[in-house]
Ligand binder design. Sequence first.
Ligand code: OGA
Ligand code: NI
Length: 367
Amino acid sequence: MSPTMIAPVVVEENNKYQKGVKHLCDNGLTKVPTKYIWPEPDRPIFTKSDKLTKPKQNLKLPIIDFNELLGPNRSHVLRTIAEACETYGFFQVVNHGMEGDVSRNMIEVCKKFFELPYEERSKYMTSDMSAPVRYGTSFNQNKDNVFCWRDFLKLYAHPLPDYLPYWPSSPSDFRSLAATYATETKEMFEMMVKAIMESLEIDGDDNEAAKELKEGSQMVVVNCYPPCPEPELTLGMPPHSDYGFLTLLLQDDVEGLQILYRDEWVTIDPIPGSFVINVGDHLEIFSNGRYKSVLHRVLVNSTKPRISVASLHSFPLTSVVKPSPKLIDEHNPSQYMDTDFATFLQYISTREPKWKNFLESRKIHHL
Ligand code: OGA
Ligand code: NI
């Protein structure tokens, strides 16, 4: 059937889903539309029998206390970070220096943004991936066959003065609260980079990579997962790895994030006020495979809306992403091809960035 022959009712249906999950729910919903129903093997396991035979066990990720990191126990904490990045690709941080008000205000103002009328939110809808602000739904709404139960707002955040004028002007305090949040998250990221470099035993002083990362890109992604009438049929986010160096994730008190650990999906227990930090593809490559960029996904639930804010930090667009020369020698050959950002962007514009396709495509298979 040629595009001109698609029945108007089908076009109308598709447009409805393009407007996002919040819009769909605001109009009343008792069942999950077919568009959001995942094939059975991909669905979360929520069955009653599963709950009976296998009590739900959430994963307690290693907890890094920033105060300890900056004190006499630093070397011990660095070892814990290294082990967490090798084993889980994830850890949580507490006492990270961000005031509780800054993170709480960010969550609150983001909630208010998603409660604005659709017409206000949709001002930021665009398919232009390089737009400074992008509002959208699902994972990749132009390509996904099955949709995810998620709406998002993506904000480019570094250098901040270049992007701030484009950020939403409503709610009226959105820009100032989100700007404070982005700036403080960037500072936390820089402290984490220092620690990560040290944990890899790469000296701090003339560290080119750390300098590049300071100038690198930061994208703040606000995720909104409305309550779902049939959460066992769908996903908030499909299995994916994050492409950058590190992601700093703030969640509200509603659980939903799962990581793949020993071939099983395990739920991360939210610790109020903490950050979840995870290794991205760039760091897996940079560490020559020692630190793992681990698959994760998001489940939704039937009662509570969930908000999370992910801050993704990457090398600059002009950098070549490659294993650190300090970790490579004749006994430790490079495991990944050098990749510039253009190659990466080309890849995600032509292929589904789900699973770990991209990272796999960069691996060198030594015989
Ligand atoms: C992401 C992500 C997890 C969450 O934004 O890349 O994995 O809990 N978010 O929302
Ligand atoms: Ni992610």
